[in-house]
Design a protein around this ligand. Structure first.
Ligand code: HEC
Ligand code: HEC
Length: 791
């Protein structure tokens, strides 16, 4: 949701013109250093006959970003050999990785390795075993913000009637979180010479001696390599430092390399677009998820290097990645060692030295000392093979051809038939038209307000375009998320690309945030802005923009809140901000997780370093379609910079001010939506159990009217047919290889703890090993619920 979301702004903006009698607010509550400066004044000078409007994409470019097949997007982690088309190691990884396929094998073994848990029962996969997610229902509750289970208990088994946790219409306001159970509380003691991990059991104030559940719901590990940063609050940084999730925010982080076979030296690494690696080194030491408190990565390395890989688990001889390593006579585990796998996968400089590395006063081998590095890189490379890009909707989208104004001129709708027949077999009846209607609602902008005086073609880029609800403002493009590597580094929308070319940093955007004191129901009244020269003022005291004159005639000004935020992270109003600040939180060094606030804090004058793109007013002709550059160069209302008129940049673009208002608190990473049918419960709180509940949530305009909720989240007034259509579209995003656990989604056996019995012992479920051809039995949905049902 970068520039295109600013299309909400015309009506939001006109709110300030439409509401008469509100004189300029001059409340100067504690002016900041930069607010002491005079308000910045700029003029938007459209030629006669042209209206002020958000700049539509250049002529010839689709007026919206359509959903597209994920096959159209380059894998950010595994490259392509340009000659053969085969997967190839990304060039910057070649100095570390010797054999990509061996590294993928290692990553898959690490990911499914139960012995990685301090209790030998928790692998990464334990919370990500089904469609990359967690389908367990018992012992999954976390008490949420208030620290108590509100009538439930830690060992509670969730049932359908518990959902939705929050629903104003039902009078429900539950802060419990459907998380994922990890380990029982314990403290690390040692690893023996045979790889036995000794721990001391402990007790947690909330969970006692039971398995602890995470404070947010587990997202999917499938397609995760497309994320620019990972985790709901973005703390797994884009650049991997080899040691922990915090990238270059941790200046002390470094690994080691073999300067010779008898010497080692510290090595600082910063591997970009490696957020999956940053993420992967978090859970193994986390005392809730996988670890006894106080365990370190070299100790985990010491343990696993002594143990048979996957020694407690059966692996299918036809496993697409590990099959060749399966012991010939059957039995459990692989017929190799982690040491051998590491030596095959990584360059000798990363492990080949006899010199000890002293850490925390203890001597470790180079292989033990670098274990976090192998772990992160290998799991990232494995996750880079977990690409679900072949759903019926991907296949259909690949056949779609558009004309310049967004009409479909060719398509193969029959590719959606498998969705219809699959659901019909379950007694759920939908049609391909339902799916296509859902797609239209999802990908097209919101309906234009009914504007007397402007022809229909003047609305949001032309007839028929404003016929959706704009889900893809945030779930944009092939990745279905604006938090993608592609969107934040290159831009997905035509407007972003213009900004990128003009030197803007696409990780942030400045936007009109609407006016939450006004009803946010669509359609808003939208009087056309008369042509001529408008005077637009950035009011430093209120962090707001005013139009103070139109064509030289003074108008009553109403400050329109303007905020800068991290693109891809939004508050859609799932829970109150105070319960979980999301990307508005801080890292372990006390710095803001949000880029916007981090740059404001760390740079003396961020204005000169970071140019922020702004959605906002520019010129458009009376029919709404072609882009018309402003008659005169624009001055940014923000930083007083002259904006390049050729690019038609909106007037609130410009350098990041040290003290301008941000909109990050309570914002969470926009999740991608493939296989969403199988990844319930939903949202960071896990408080919705079916897709219908999610759509009802959006139809209600979210559950909480937090101050940071953007104006696009407002009551939608969807009909039952439209809600059904949106669910039908979401269900068409299931890749059958995921549903049937076929390669690359096949996997070793996994024994999963799922709550405890009366005696306090683990209840376990065994997920059988599956080979490359998958399983005849499809995976089931959370609590086996119908996605179209409200409960
Ligand atoms: C105890 C359960 C548990 C275990 C074990 C676990 N995870 Fe997760 N995982 C979660 C939860 C919960 C989140 C969301 C955390 C957050 O956003 O703050 C998550 C987030 C992630 C994400 C981020 C996805 C996204 O879209 O942001 C990835 C990738 C991931 N886990 C992979 C792994 C890997 C790799 C391991 C093993 C090293 C692992 N997980 C172990 C529960 C678990
Ligand atoms: C303003 C940006 C924005 C818009 C518009 C938006 N979403 Fe979302 N969506 C998000 C964010 C952010 C989350 C995660 C929120 C959280 O967990 O707190 C999310 C979560 C979801 C989820 C749950 C994903 C999961 O894995 O739990 C679904 C499904 C979804 N959105 C579908 C839609 C649909 C359908 C629409 C249109 C009706 C829509 N979204 C509109 C930003 C948006």
């Amino acid at each position: 949701m970068t520039r295109i979301v600013s299309r909400v702004e015309p009506w939001a903006f006109t709110l300030l013109l439409a509401v008469a009698g509100c004189g300029k607010q001059t409340a100067d509550a504690g002016p900041t250093a930069e607010a002491v400066a005079e308000d910045l004044v700029s003029t938007l000078n459209c030629a006669p006959g042209f209206n002020k409007f958000i700049g539509p994409p250049p002529a010839g470019v689709l007026p919206f970003v359509p959903f597209a097949s994920l096959k159209t997007v380059e894998n950010p982690v595994i490259g392509i050999n340009r000659v053969t088309g085969a997967p190839a190691l990304r060039a910057d990884l070649a100095s570390y990785v010797a054999d990509m396929n061996a590294a993928i094998q290692l990553g898959k073994a690490f990911f499914w390795e139960m012995q990685a848990g301090s209790d030998n029962k928790v692998a990464c996969a334990t919370c990500h075993f089904q469609a990359g997610e967690d389908a367990r229902a018992k012992n999954q509750l976390n008490p949420g913000g208030n620290g108590v289970f509100d009538g439930k208990s830690a060992n509670y088994a969730l049932v359908a009637a518990d959902f939705p946790f929050t629903d104003p219409a039902l009078g429900r306001n539950g802060d419990n979180v459907a998380g994922s159970q990890g380990v029982r509380p314990s403290t690390f003691v040692s690893i023996s010479s045979t790889g036995v991990e000794t721990t001391v059991p402990g007790s947690d104030p909330v969970f006692g001696t039971m398995r602890q559940a995470t404070g947010v719901n587990a997202p999917s590990t499938i397609n995760t390599v497309y994320n620019h940063r990972n985790f709901f609050n973005g703390r797994a940084q884009n650049e991997f430092n080899g040691i922990n999730p915090f990238g270059s925010r941790d200046p002390s982080a470094h690994i080691w390399y073999a300067s010779s076979t008898t010497t080692v030296a510290p090595l600082s690494v910063t591997i970009t677009n490696a957020s999956a690696a940053s993420q992967a080194v978090g859970p193994p030491l986390n005392p809730v998820e996988m670890s006894a408190a106080g365990r370190t990565f070299p100790e985990l390395g010491k343990k696993l290097l002594l143990l048979k890989p996957l020694g407690l688990q059966t692996v299918s001889p036809t496993d697409s990645v590990l099959g060749a390593l399966v012991a010939k006579k059957g039995g459990k585990g692989l017929n190799t060692t982690y040491g051998a796998m590491i030596q095959k996968a990584f360059q000798p400089t990363m492990w080949n030295s006899n010199a000890p590395v002293t850490l925390n006063g203890k001597a470790y081998t180079l292989t033990q000392a670098n274990f976090s590095f192998y772990w992160g890189i290998a799991i990232m490379l494995y996750e880079a093979t977990l690409i679900a890009d072949n759903s019926p909707m991907d296949q259909y989208a690949a056949t779609r051809v558009f004309d310049a104004v967004g009409n479909v001129t060719a398509e193969n709708v029959a590719l959606l038939n498998p969705v219809v027949s699959r659901l019909a077999a379950e007694g759920i009846n939908i049609t391909t038209n339902d799916i296509l209607y859902g797609l239209e609602l999802f990908e097209k902008p919101i309906p234009p307000p009914n504007v007397a005086g402007l022809p229909p073609s003047a609305r949001f880029g032309g007839t028929g375009i404003g016929s959706g609800v704009g889900c893809n403002f945030c779930h944009v493009g092939a990745e279905t998320t604006s938090a993608s590597v592609r969107n934040l580094t290159a831009g997905v929308e035509a407007g972003d690309m213009a900004f990128k070319a003009a030197g803007f940093d696409l990780r942030m955007e400045r936007m009109f945030m609407g006016d939450r004191t006004q009803p946010v129901v669509a359609p808003q009244p939208f009087p056309p802005v008369p042509p001529g020269t408008d005077q637009i003022v950035y009011d430093n005291g209120n962090y707001a923009v005013n139009v103070t004159s139109i064509s030289g005639v003074a108008v009553p000004a109403r400050p329109m809140k303007v905020n800068t935020y991290d693109v891809g992270w939004y508050d859609v109003g799932v829970r109150p901000i105070l319960e979980n600040p999301g990307v508005g939180g801080t890292d372990p060094f006390g710095n803001p997780l949000s880029w916007t606030e981090y740059f404001q804090k760390v740079f003396a004058s961020p204005q000169t370093t970071f140019k922020v793109a702004g959605g906002g007013l520019t010129c458009i002709d009376a029919n709404g379609n072609p882009v018309v550059p402003p008659a005169a160069p624009l001055t940014s209302v923000f930083a007083g910079e002259v904006l390049d008129p050729a690019n038609n940049l909106p007037i609130i673009s410009g350098g990041l001010l040290k003290t301008e208002a941000t909109d990050v608190a309570g914002s969470f990473k926009t999740p991608h939506l493939r296989n969403i049918e199988f990844t319930g419960p939903y949202f960071h709180s896990g408080g919705k159990s079916t897709l219908k509940q999610v759509i009802e949530f959006y139809d209600d305009g979210g559950n909480f009217q937090n101050a940071t909720v953007p104006p696009i989240i407002r009551p939608l007034g969807l009909t039952p047919t439209q809600m059904n259509a949106l669910v039908a579209f979401l269900v068409s995003l299931t890749d059958d290889r995921v549903r049937l656990q076929q390669a690359p989604f096949d996997h070793p056996e996994l024994i999963v703890p799922a709550g405890q019995d009366a005696a306090g012992a683990d209840i376990t479920t065994t997920i059988p090993a599956v080979g490359a051809t998958g399983s005849a039995t499809p995976i089931s949905r959370f609590l086996a619920l119908n996605p179209f049902a409200a409960q």
